[in-house]
Design a protein around this ligand. Structure first.
Ligand code: NAP
Length: 299
């Protein structure tokens, strides 16, 4: 790492942001943090981080500032709100956005920050809360080469696979590709399990043998057993997958590209959410198949 980078900020200490900030702190960086609900910073402050009273105050303190909040308007609020990052930033600051948001908006934010000498990198992640805790996330980074090289040692602390995929915004495009592939694999897993169940085939045996062959997927091997056991605890919540698939749909519309698989997966997940399941894990997509096919996985 450029040894000069020691003062690091983290804004947004949710399920993902809190453990990622903790890993950066444990790696020896001087951490200044902020969260809209300040109580969520307690563990980090207990471990030695400094709690600032606004994103602007974090920006004024650090050389590299991570953002990890929910959606596009939330990133805009923490960057450009009354007490946002832009208010406190000095030229030379590098902002790394780990949130999953709209690629076009990201490019717009980058342009606005560039006006004051601040570089924005988009660096959405895949790997869930467990990957965040273990520092094993896959990180898809968009932005200028020199800034990416400068912060790579910090990204190495929070991720296992760091890929510079292109200019700013391309990280978010890559994350949309990731969600399209996840949604399709999840739908395939649910349909395979439904077929097995309706024919009296042992679900765990099917998952084992099919998962080891050409049809194997993370979704089938990790979420398949949960679907079979009616375990709908999140993991990754349906409401967040719907947020991401709405981002995908916007991009596909702009591209005039018919992504029918992603659209169908979105419809199944929306049906589960409409029945109160938005905070369940994405494996609860299986409930849509249960209702359509008049069966249950667990009986
Ligand atoms: P989360 O636990 O709900 O945390 C969201 C964070 O954003 C909280 O710190 C929240 O503050 C903050 N926030 C939201 N709106 C805000 C606003 N307008 N102003 C200021 N702060 C705001 O969510 P998460 O799971 O950490 O997800 C964060 C991002 O990572 C999302 O874009 C998500 O799609 C992405 N992601 C999540 C996963 C996963 O498995 N969870 C995996 C990959 C990517 P409060 O504490 O005050 O609510």
């Amino acid at each position: 790492m450029d040894e000069a980078i020691r003062k690091v900020g983290y804004v947004g200490l949710g399920i993902m942001g809190e453990p990622m900030a903790m890993n950066l702190l444990k790696a020896g960086n001087a951490m200044t943090v902020w969260n809209r609900t300040p109580g969520k910073a307690e563990t980090l402050v207990g471990a030695g981080a400094t709690l600032a009273d606004s994103p602007a105050a974090v920006a004024a303190e650090v050389e590299v500032l991570f953002v990890n909040v929910t959606d596009t308007p939330d990133v805009e609020a923490v960057l450009f709100g009354e007490q946002g990052v832009a208010r406190g930033a000095e030229p030379g600051l590098i902002v790394i956005d780990n949130s999953t948001i709209n690629a076009g908006a990201t490019q717009d934010f980058a342009q606005r920050l560039a006006g004051q000498g601040v570089t924005l990198l988009d660096a959405p992640v895949s790997g869930g809360d467990i990957g965040a805790q273990r520092g094993t996330l896959s990180i898809m980074v968009g932005g200028p080469e020199d800034a990416v090289a400068k912060v790579r040692p910090l990204l190495d602390v929070i991720g296992k696979s760091i890929t510079h995929v292109g200019p700013v915004g391309m990280g978010q495009v890559c994350k949309s590709c990731n969600q399209v592939a996840c949604a399709g694999a999840l739908m395939g897993a649910c349909e395979a399990l439904a077929l097995a169940k309706r024919n009296g085939l042992d679900l765990d045996k099917m998952i084992e043998v099919v998962g080891a062959g050409a049809a194997g997927s993370w979704q089938l091997s990790n979420l398949g057993p949960k679907i079979a056991a009616d375990d709908h605890a999140p993991g990754f919540m349906i409401d967040y997958m719907l947020k991401d698939l709405a981002i995908v749909a916007d991009l596909a519309r702009a591209n005039q590209l018919p992504l029918s698989g992603a659209a169908l997966a979105e419809a199944y997940l929306r049906a589960v959410a409409a029945q109160g399941g938005g905070r369940l894990g994405t494996q609860a997509m299986g409930q849509a198949l249960e209702r359509l096919g008049a069966f249950t996985f667990s009986d």
